[in-house]
Design a protein around this ligand. Structure first.
Ligand code: M6R
Length: 360
């Protein structure tokens, strides 16, 4: 049941310290900087030349997150919408690893892309929450995120576990390819081990409810981020529109000036996510919106220059740039939740949507 919570969504948001701890349990070894993905022998990914992620919705945002961390680690990779894969898949061969990211393991679009990749001779892997799901049965290999059942239609805890597992997997693929781990693996793993605590801190002391109240009745809600902040911006907007029914859009920070800025008014709050990747540029982009009257809510550490410049602030711990976006995402999940609650929406079962989309 929902226990002390009014909605499964809030319960599941609050479960993230535990679900993340479960995801990484036994899979990292911060003491000696090793990624013990016991699911895979060392060297498993030696022969992989490139990686394609296929996924939909929130899982697509996690896939984009994973793909960007892989690119940053020097492995060729791309994230593709599974529902577009049949018309526009890049070529694959037996050195291509196609990773289907799907919480349920039953999403028709994602299964179709997985089947196509299997038929074309790629190596396949699924990152999923459901043992025994169709994706787990049909992919060559499976990596389980161990988030526990997610009842709310809005995916929350599964996103953070997917993103973390993809970050870990990406490090493994990169180190198998190179024959040695990235120089800063040790510090990344130490930060990762502290993530459940950092998420608990966000949950204990978030201003999200007040922010949701302050900006209720706005015309639209925009989310911007750069690097790993970009998938988090997309996810922040998807969650917001899905459960509040309000207009929300996510943009790469630098794209704002290439069109979306025309939408910006004093009635369109802009949530700006700072991950430590060229933050000064993101701050400039946010200030361009602010100049047009839009309130800016900076999601960043307390001692960040954006705090001063912005109208409001949602705090996250100062962590590795591979992980900062995940803390920002928790703040944005809470903003969406409280905004939807103010509007009295049926949060766990938004109109027109299903938990598992088994049609094309
Ligand atoms: O089960 P999957 O991860 O394959 O589901 C994919 C999407 O349908 C899903 O993430 C959807 O976007 C969520 N309801 C968003 O909160």
């Amino acid at each position: 049941g929902k226990g002390e919570y009014d909605h499964f969504m809030l319960k599941e948001i609050n479960e993230q310290p535990t679900s993340l701890a479960q995801a990484i349990e036994g899979r990292i070894d911060p003491a000696n900087g090793r990624i013990a993905l016991s699911d895979f022998e060392p060297g498993t990914f030696e022969g992989i030349d490139s990686v394609q992620f296929v996924a939909c919705g929130t899982s697509y945002h996690a896939a984009l997150y994973g793909s960007l961390t892989l690119n940053q680690a020097g492995v060729r990779s791309s994230a593709l919408l599974a529902n577009e894969y049949s018309v526009s898949a890049p070529p694959v061969d037996d050195e291509t690893l196609v990773i289907a990211v799907t919480q349920s393991g039953e999403t028709a679009d994602t299964l179709n892309a997985l089947r196509q990749a299997n038929a074309e001779g790629a190596q396949t892997l699924t990152v999923t929450n459901v043992v025994g799901s169709t994706a787990a049965r049909e992919a060559d290999d499976a990596l389980f995120i161990r988030a526990g059942p997610e009842i709310g239609v809005a995916a929350t805890k599964t996103f953070s576990s997917q993103a973390v597992m993809l970050t870990l997997l990406g490090q493994r693929i990169a180190s198998d390819q190179r024959g040695e781990p990235r120089a800063d693996t040790e510090s990344l793993l130490a930060e990762l081990a502290s993530m459940p605590g950092a998420i608990a801190d966000v949950l204990d002391d978030s201003d999200a409810a007040a922010i949701a109240r302050r900006y209720a009745d706005s015309q639209a809600y925009f989310f911007i981020g750069r690097g790993l902040g970009f998938p988090v911006a997309l996810e922040g907007a998807l969650k917001f529109k899905e459960i509040t029914y309000e207009h929300a859009e996510g943009f790469a920070s630098g794209e704002l000036k290439h069109g979306p800025l025309a939408l910006v008014t004093p009635e369109t709050p802009v949530f700006a996510i700072f991950t430590g990747e060229e933050d000064e540029k993101t701050l400039k982009n946010a200030e361009e919106a602010q100049t047009r009257g839009a309130p800016v809510i900076a999601v960043c550490p307390d001692d960040h220059p954006a705090v001063e410049a912005a109208d409001d602030h949602l705090e996250i711990a100062d962590t590795d740039q591979d992980l900062a976006g995940l803390l920002a995402n928790v703040q944005l999940q809470l903003v969406s939740y409280y905004a939807a609650d103010l509007l009295d929406r049926p949060i766990d079962k938004p109109r027109n949507l299903a938990k598992s989309v088994t049609v094309e």
